[in-house]
Design a protein around this ligand. Sequence first.
Ligand SMILES: Cc1cc2nc3c(=O)[nH]c(=O)nc-3n(C[C@H](O)[C@H](O)[C@H](O)COP(=O)(O)OP(=O)(O)OC[C@H]3O[C@@H](n4cnc5c(N)ncnc54)[C@H](O)[C@@H]3O)c2cc1C
Length: 421
Amino acid sequence: MKTTIVDLAIIGGGAAGFFAAINLAASKPALKILILEKGKQVLSKVKISGGGRCNVTHAEFDPKALAKNYPRGHKELLGPFHQFMTGDMFAWLEEKGVELKIEEDGRVFPVSNSSQTIIECFEGETQKFGIEVQTNAGIDQINKLNGDAYSWELRGKETLVHAKSLIIATGSSPKMWKLISGLGHQIVPPVPSLFTFNVKDERLQNLSGISLPAEVEVFTTKDRGVSRQKLKSLHSSGPVLITHWGLSGPCILKLSAWGAREFYELNHQFQLRINWLPSHNEETLKGVFAEFKTNHPKHFLFTNPIEGLPKRFWQSLLKHLQIDNQLNWSSMSKSQMHSLAQELCAGQFHVNGKSTFKDEFVTAGGVHLKEIDFKSFQSKLHQDLFFVGEVLDVDAVTGGFNFQHAWTSAFICAKHLSTSL
Ligand SMILES: Cc1cc2nc3c(=O)[nH]c(=O)nc-3n(C[C@H](O)[C@H](O)[C@H](O)COP(=O)(O)OP(=O)(O)OC[C@H]3O[C@@H](n4cnc5c(N)ncnc54)[C@H](O)[C@@H]3O)c2cc1C
């Protein structure tokens, strides 16, 4: 087998691997850079991302606020975001001729609405700089040879490479994490993140499609080793979407990501307390009821929801509380007022499992962050070894943040290599 000798080998032809290669080549065109991709195609996740539209980044231009979207990595990424973040990626792509647009919720997409635009941009840059890309080149052995300038030896079925420096950009790959742990690195065990909650409950039946701003907190009667304090910290607010299977929407997705590890420990079985009217608590709500009673005594409860609540949702709660549909406000008892206020401000729901959100299989876990130097994304255990993108124990909520981490880590790593290689 012929040995290929290069300055830099990158394992993984995904978002982070390509971005690192292109940025290094742009500042040091003479370097020999090789991307090794195990699949037939490169950038396959970019292709399917954002429903085929590729949500490249997010219009959040404050590093501190941006970092808050990373349940794993928020502390570590703050420094890197001061060097390269959303606005820089925006400018980078536009400079290459990719027009971008910001949608109402802050997500950024190519104007073409096609991930192919990003792929063509990256492939064009790769060709421009003569970066070699090998597909069907899965690596299954990584050796560090002593006393050789090209000390990283990579082996695959039909691949043998010697490199001065090595970037591992293999995303969430259990096989590669095993190889990396063979190099002495600690791997935080992968668990699912970013999912919706399965809730089978008569109160939510036939309400799919209704979205309400809510406050959600987690509690459980069986803590299965998860500390009460940690559980207490798991709360979220924002739109909650009722679906055929249970609960989704930004508030739930955020919660699923921040609590990914705890929910895994609980086998995705736990209780939620939901306030469907976050501007109220039970006491203030009882005040609203009393006012309604005085002002509209003859109005039927069933046909007159309070505070703009959707009628179907309101009626479902009344049915659940067995309140007669002919009851008018003046006949409402104290105990009915109490139960309804409790249902609206602290309704309890049992979560029994999870579902994937729009095929976005996001994993929490990866190379332990304490073993990474975030000024260069270099391993603290091995010189000339770097990790970028999802292979690290970093993950984000939905909205373009996962790609932004890939761009930021790759850019900073390339910048460091441009001075050290
Ligand atoms: C359906 C879906 C939609 C998504 N949409 C978005 C979105 O719109 N916005 C967003 O921000 N995030 C999105 N994400 C998350 C985003 O795709 C990832 O965070 C991002 O792709 C990570 O980039 P990466 O380069 O680290 O890893 P990857 O893109 O996964 O690339 C890793 C590459 O390494 C290769 N590889 C693995 N092992 C080996 C080996 N042993 N040898 C050689 N090659 C190997 C893999 O084949 C792969 O090509 C989405 C994810 C999914 C699943």
